[in-house]
Ligand binder design. Structure first.
Ligand SMILES: C[S@@+](CC[C@H](N)C(=O)[O-])C[C@H]1O[C@@H](n2cnc3c(N)ncnc32)[C@H](O)[C@@H]1O
Ligand code: SF4
Length: 373
């Protein structure tokens, strides 16, 4: 077990309605009793992890879905079950949607010890918000952002580039918001289009214009003092997301709830995506996992490369050898010969912009050196 402290992710899959682009495991909420039932099962899953959790949680991330839709009495139950494991926690994040976030919640979250909020704005352009099925306008977001900042000094704002209705005006509006309000942390994702998204036919695959707009926003963020510490993540004053750093450095974390995944020691697992499968497994006292496997050293090393090379720090071949016993220096040497933007440890800023190309090559190079992982 890797002992930098355990990360704990809790997935709350309920939303008011489904946004057109979303293929995360989330369901339109039908009733409070459905949510209550889910929470009861979450508690059973927490109980199954009591031994690992007793080693101490250092970061907690409550994501979704829409965690701000969870009635506070249910959130209290989850915190009660976790209380004894949270003694040394340094970061607790909850995702909130602008349309379902209130001052009562903000104050309650703070009382529970939550110290970081992640707000899904996606776009400061009302045309885009409307066409994407978001349930608020930019004006409403601004009121909720102001509320968030009154209670929390660490707030992230998420953006997606490539949504329906986007234009150069959208980028300008995003830039004006960021320069006026300077959120502590910004995530910028390029739209991913998967056939499972509910209305994927209204989504266009990103084209050259979309990439140019993405580049423009990234260029602005850098000029405004944001540190691009991971391909899609930007922080002011070193306010990195500590929980996500655990993912990127392939450390130990547990995921609880439908579709959540974890990595404990070299065990990699994923939970069921269907509520029913999740409930059945837990009723039978089993971990609700659709996949679990102890990584081979090569698998562990490959995963480590794939995650750590997304960050500005990267990872040296010596470190990979120390952690997994696998010597990746030949893979690094070949990649370095091919890409100027890879210095044998990390990607440069340009490398981050070409990360898709790099990671495809990483996999091919890996296979030619080691065969399949
Ligand atoms: C798991 S979602 C949940 C956040 C929250 N429910 C919301 O809607 O704001 C976390 C983030 O993933 C990003 N995201 C969701 N779907 C995406 C997609 N198809 N492509 C790129 N990013 C996406 C959004 O920026 C979103 O804020
Ligand atoms: S983007 Fe967020 S609010 Fe929209 S469906 Fe997905 S999880 Fe729910």
């Amino acid at each position: 077990m890797n002992n930098a402290g355990l990360g704990l992710y809790i997935h709350l899959p309920f939303c008011r309605s489904k946004c057109v682009y979303c293929d995360f495991v989330s369901f339109a909420r039908r009733s409070d009793s459905e949510v209550e039932e889910y929470v009861e099962y979450l508690l059973k899953e927490i109980e199954l992890y009591r031994e690992v959790l007793s080693t101490g949680v250092s970061t907690l991330y409550i994501g979704g879905g829409t965690p701000s839709l969870l009635p506070l009495k249910f959130l209290d139950r989850i915190f009660k079950a976790l209380e004894r494991y949270l003694g040394n926690v340094s970061e607790m994040t909850i995702e909130v949607n602008p349309d379902s976030f209130s001052s009562e919640m903000a104050s309650h979250y703070r009382e529970l010890g939550i110290n970081r909020l992640s707000m899904g704005l996606q776009s400061a352009d009302d045309t885009v918000l409307k066409k994407s099925g978001r349930l608020y306008d930019f004006e409403t977001f601004l009121r909720k952002y102001d509320l968030a900042k009154r209670f929390f000094d660490n707030v992230n704002v998420d953006f997606i580039i490539g949504l329906p209705g986007e234009s150069w005006y959208t980028i300008e509006a995003n830039i004006v918001f960021i320069s006026d309000f300077k959120p502590d942390h910004v995530s910028v994702y390029m739209l991913e289009t998967h056939e499972e998204a509910p209305h994927h036919q209204v989504l266009k695959k990103p084209d050259d214009q979309t990439f140019m707009r993405y580049e423009e926003l990234i260029k602005f963020l850098k000029s405004a003092g944001y540190e691009r510490y991971e391909i899609s993540n930007f922080a002011l004053e070193g306010k990195y997301c500590k929980h996500n750093l655990k993912y990127w450095f392939n450390e130990d974390y547990i995921g609880i709830g439908v579709s959540a995944g974890g990595h404990i020691g070299w065990l990699r697992y994923n939970n069921y995506e269907e509520l029913n499968d999740y409930f059945i497994a837990l009723s039978e006292g089993r971990f609700p996992r659709s996949y679990e496997s102890e990584n081979t050293p090569h698998r562990e090393a490959l995963e480590t490369l794939f995650m750590a090379l997304r960050t500005k720090w990267g990872i040296s071949p010596e470190k990979v050898l120390e952690r997994t016993g696998v010597d990746v220096s030949e893979v690094y040497k070949r990649l370095q010969a091919k890409f100027d933007f890879f210095d044998g440890e990390k990607l440069s800023e340009t490398g981050m912009d070409f990360s898709n190309l790099f990671f495809v090559n990483l996999l091919e190079t890996w296979e030619s050196v080691f065969g399949y992982a």
